[in-house]
Design a protein around this ligand. Sequence first.
Ligand SMILES: CC[C@H](CNC(=O)c1ccc(S(N)(=O)=O)cc1)c1ccc2[nH]ccc2c1
Ligand SMILES: [Zn+2]
Length: 266
Amino acid sequence: SLDWGYTDDNGPSTWAEKYPLAAGARQSPVDIDTSKATSDNSLVDREIDWSYPSNCSYRIVNTGYGWRVDTYGDDTALSGGPLSEVYKLEQFHCHWGATNDEGSEHTVDGKSYAAELHLVHWNSEKYSSFKEAASQPDGLAVLGVFMEIGNADNAELEKIISLIPKIIHKGQDSQASFDLDFGSLLPESKHYWTYLGSLTTPPCNECVIWTVFKEPITISERQLEVFRSLKSVGEEDAIEPEEGKLVKNYRPPLPLGNRVLRECGP
Ligand SMILES: CC[C@H](CNC(=O)c1ccc(S(N)(=O)=O)cc1)c1ccc2[nH]ccc2c1
Ligand SMILES: [Zn+2]
């Protein structure tokens, strides 16, 4: 069985047994209590700036915990906002729930969204590899984008969704350099919250500067169902067809504690 996962016997409440960092004081996700967010001048008009060439995505893989698109970071850049250096895009992935009233990892005043997209970057100015950066307090920068159910398909997401039938089982991947307009995967408004946190999956390293956009993007119910058709087990694991489906892969919020939650944007 999986070392960790999202079922009752290996889910988030059990992670600290094997991954002690999961019990730390700087864990993610958190509930964004908007009354606690400070819009101090430290971020005033320090908008977050990103630049991604449309051909930087080269592979989609079923990690057993969801899908992940691997990217060439060379010509990508994330800077500004809470970041002091330029970070490069390493990969992006998504978290979702079994029903549409749950699924995001961060919540806003207790409200969950149907899913949450994570664009994972690393501090290539200070560190020499993603893995090294993942062991540093300012090593990674993750952009969180809420996804809510809309009537129309999200055309950019459809390019990813059309590849999912090729990676139904854990470990399968598809080398597809697909053209993606990241602009459509990010909200129009650059209004965001930011705080210091962690990876939301084991080993839960406390190495992430989180930036969560306030404005959600939309995804259709059909597209979300395709995410839920992924399996957490390999092709060789002979199990019942309905078993092993990745119907949910989100970690519920952890206490913000005495961390500062900053807000920026119009
Ligand atoms: C250090 C962990 C890392 C694997 N995990 C991740 O890269 C990762 C990235 C983002 C998020 S989220 N949901 O917060 O955005 C969660 C996990 C990782 C990277 C390289 C490694 N080499 C050997 C082991 C190993 C583990
Ligand atoms: Zn994530």
